[in-house]
Design a protein around this ligand. Sequence first.
Ligand code: FAD
Ligand code: NAP
Length: 302
Amino acid sequence: MYDLVIIGGGPAGLSAGLYAARANMKTVVIERGLYGGQMQNTLDIENYPGFGKIRGSELSEHMYNQALEVGLEWKMGEVTGVKLEGQPKIIEMGNEEIRAQAVIIASGAQPRYLGVPGEKELAGRGVSYCATCDGAFYRDQDVVVVGGGDSAVEEGIFLTRYASSVTIVHRRDKLKAQAILQERAFKNSKIKFIFDSVIEEIQGDSKVDGVLIRNAKDNSTSVIEATGVFIYIGLVPNTKFLQDTGILDEQGYVVAGLNMSTNIPGVFVAGDVRNTPLRQIVSAAGDGAIAAMEVYDYLENL
Ligand code: FAD
Ligand code: NAP
């Protein structure tokens, strides 16, 4: 039996794990993928204090090693269900069960799909959700990026390292991204913008050859020729395994108070999966630290 199970090994889970292990709580992180979560899909991180500019993979490794060195346990696998009421808490991974006195949900979020014809059919054949992973395949080619937030603009800039042109298609007349990213993108001669427009279809037989877009103001349609389409239209929380717990808001995020507690005693949350105003590495790590210290208090009083 563990004192604490942490679901997800991104910055929130790793930070919670570091604090919990240092407080001598017997703690395990369950992770279905690679340590570091979304950080692994980011080439350079420029806004995590103390590092200047650091590769996402490198920051992931630092966090992982630091937490394991102080005794955090790591378990590969996907959480498929939970029984959170009462004691002990039961975490299901298929047929396997793990028991603990407290749980921190740090399962983060994943890319939202556009839901247009051609997206599913051409996924991996021109449709991508990860410029860091796939950008290099598009050397000297024309690509489209969909979205107007930090991800679309930052990844659009990144893609200009390879692509001959990057067209950012956004449904509004202005971007949502941070000012510093907007400034960089507007200065980059390889980036074009198409505002007030939505993608209606991703075209191509065996691989992408273009996108059909519709102008939301005058309803006109046009085709942009491109061999790659990178979709960055936000995130959806990884909370499928929490469907029946009653702790989710209408968008599927976990509802929590300032101390990261949910309305189930002994169940806490941290990072992007929380209904939080800021989804960043620094805030995920901060949430993780708070949640771990709250677990400590909870166990003391149990
Ligand atoms: P995540 O990083 O999403 O980690 C959650 C982990 O939980 C994942 O590893 C996942 O595999 C695991 N998991 C999910 N469900 C299960 C399950 N059922 N069972 C087991 N494991 C599970 N932020 C910045 O501060 N600076 C940046 O420069 C920056 N760049 C970004 C670039 C992009 C393209 C994107 C998409 C995001 C970027 N962010 C950046 C945001 C930042 O990456 C996130 O805010 C942060 O990673 C959230 O951490 P987290 O631990 O809450 O969740
Ligand atoms: P986001 O901030 O939610 O932005 C999503 C964008 O996609 C918005 O512009 C939105 O349009 C648009 N959009 C949503 N649904 C759409 C649809 N169906 N069709 C077309 N467009 C759609 O998501 P994100 O950019 O992926 O960022 C996610 C989180 O990671 C944020 O918290 C962000 O700050 C963080 N992040 C940080 C950095 C960094 O710090 N350098 C880099 C990347 C990401 P509207 O504007 O109309 O809503």
